[in-house]
Design a protein around this ligand. Structure first.
Ligand SMILES: [Mg+2]
Length: 178
């Protein structure tokens, strides 16, 4: 059965500058290309799951987002088809949204579409909403220290055994990934 890693973008793959709209602002977090290379080598299917409320806030256009995604893939250097699918939730937190994390809907849809087992699925991110989307989808959540500061909620999920803590994506891949 295929294995999958669902990845948050800002604070997990690239430095979070909040509402990035210019491709020049895309700055990879250390070790990310190496981590993704290892994941691909181990035949994990990779998905990008990103909340981009800046679109509905009017801070960036879909076109600008597209340019930023292109730049991200260029910097990673593992080809333009690295991610099986990219899911972008453009809604603001107070707007109705089917996909905005902590919603598990994107993860659940992809698991069904690609016949993925929850036992072989990971959601990696730096915010509580990432951690919750993984928990809500029934897969393993991983919190990385490369973005937002830890919250009491995340601390509780870690303590309760519902979330793995890692210094970075590369640290998770090297230390915790089975
Ligand atoms: Mg993030």
């Amino acid at each position: 059965m295929p294995k999958a890693v669902f990845l948050d973008r800002d604070g997990t793959l690239n430095v979070d500058f909040e509402y990035i709209s210019d491709p020049e602002q895309i700055q990879l977090i250390e070790g990310v290309p190496e981590a993704l290379r290892i994941l691909r080598e181990r035949q994990y299917i990779l998905f990008l799951v990103t909340n981009q409320s800046g679109i509905h806030r009017g801070y960036l256009t879909w076109e600008q987002l597209e340019q930023c995604q292109k730049r991200l893939l260029e910097l990673i250097g593992l080809g333009h088809d690295l991610f099986q699918e990219i899911c972008v939730a453009p809604e603001m937190p107070d707007e109705p949204s089917h996909y905005r994390k902590p919603s598990p809907h994107f993860i659940l849809e992809m698991m069904e579409k690609y016949h993925l087992s929850p036992y072989d699925g990971y959601m990696v991110g730096d915010k509580e909403s990432d951690i919750l989307s993984g928990i809500n989808a029934g897969i393993q959540s991983v919190w990385v220290e490369t973005g937002q500061a830890i919250t009491p909620g995340i601390e509780r999920y870690i303590m309760e055994g519902n979330c793995i803590r890692a210094r970075s994506l590369l640290d998770f891949v090297q230390q915790s990934l089975l």
